[in-house]
Ligand binder design. Structure first.
Ligand code: BJW
Ligand code: ZN
Length: 248
């Protein structure tokens, strides 16, 4: 299932960088975006995931995020998330970059996760940027307003057309340039700049492995393609790591 070259890299790589996308949370019951049953089959990304869409219909967008938050709160990390957390002490370093906003990696025990697209748990004011977390009622379907400036409160995710958090993107780029093994897992590779990271890693000499049960735009370019779901592939990797490596 894994090539000898991949197994050798798992045994010996010093620096491991991992990029994850919505597919790693699919087996936790959280919908992906671009699969046939994904969110974008039902909802228009420009209406639901852009500042213009939010300004046109704030209550609609807010209630959609409230609904998705409920799903995230009910979801549990899967075997893949736990296996990922288990191996973090075996590499120096393991850099985990995620496009996901659900924080399931952190709930499984992964530390220092680089959240490229923010998270759905936190909120801030669209106008003044002030954080608003504790006072948000999960049942509230109408967009709340900021008690500092009266602006609309929005989820702290990154929408289309918005810049990614600068420091996070910088660290993700650096970890992609400077790794021996790069895993891209559960992402369609359609959304930039995240989609460029595996290519950066490969250009800088890393062995790039895609883990995804389906073909993606990146499949032909990856050094190796593992057509397994995250919850199966990741425990297999963790098995090899724990057998052949020692904690750093
Ligand atoms: C399994 C599985 C299992 C299933 N196991 N796998 C350069 C070129 C072209 C365009 C651009 C560019 N630079 C910027 C752009 C514009 C835009 C963009 O990329 N557009 C493209 C769609 C064309 N990017 C942006 O706007 C970004 N900002 C930016 O670049 O700022 C600078 C700038 C601004 C303006 C102009 C130019 C530059 C911001 C992107 C923000 C993305 N936001 C979202 C929503 C987050 C909030 C929310 O959750 O509501 O992020 S969109 C959505 O897509 C979400 C995801 O993080 C992201 C990626 O999706 P992902 O994770 O790959 O999921 P899917 O569904 O696509 O794929 C799932 C995969 O899992 C599939 O392959 C399955 O097979 C697999 N799978 N089960 C393993 N069990
Ligand atoms: Zn405000």
């Amino acid at each position: 299932m894994f090539s000898q070259e991949f197994i050798e890299k798992i045994k010996t790589a010093e620096r491991l960088t991992v990029l994850t996308g919505a597919g790693v949370s699919a087996e936790s019951g959280i919908a992906t975006f671009r699969d046939p049953d994904g969110l974008w089959a039902q909802f228009n990304p420009q209406e639901m995931a852009s500042v213009d869409g939010f300004m046109s219909n704030p209550d609609l967008v807010w209630s959609w995020y409230q609904y998705r938050r409920e799903t995230v709160f009910k979801a549990k990390p899967n075997a893949g998330h736990f296996a990922m957390a288990e191996i973090q002490d075996y590499f120096d370093p393991l850099t985990l970059i995620t496009q996901n906003v659900d924080q399931l990696h952190q709930r499984a025990g992964s530390e220092n996760v680089l959240e490229l697209h923010g998270n759905i748990i936190e909120n801030h004011c669209l106008d003044c940027g002030e954080s608003h977390d504790d006072e948000i009622d999960i049942q509230n379907k109408e967009v709340p307003v900021c008690n500092f400036c009266g602006g609309k409160i929005r989820p702290s995710v990154v929408w289309f057309g918005e810049m990614l958090p600068e420091d996070v993107l910088y660290q993700a780029g650096a970890a992609s340039e400077d790794c021996d093994l790069f895993l891209t897992i559960g992402t369609s590779g359609e959304v930039y700049p995240a989609a460029g990271l595996p290519m950066i890693a490969q250009d800088y000499g890393a062995y790039v492995v895609e883990i995804n049960p389906n073909e993606t735009v990146y499949s032909n370019r990856a050094d190796e393609k593992i057509m397994l779901p995250f919850s199966q592939a990741m425990p297999m990797i963790a098995e090899i790591v724990k057998k052949y490596r020692t904690k750093v």
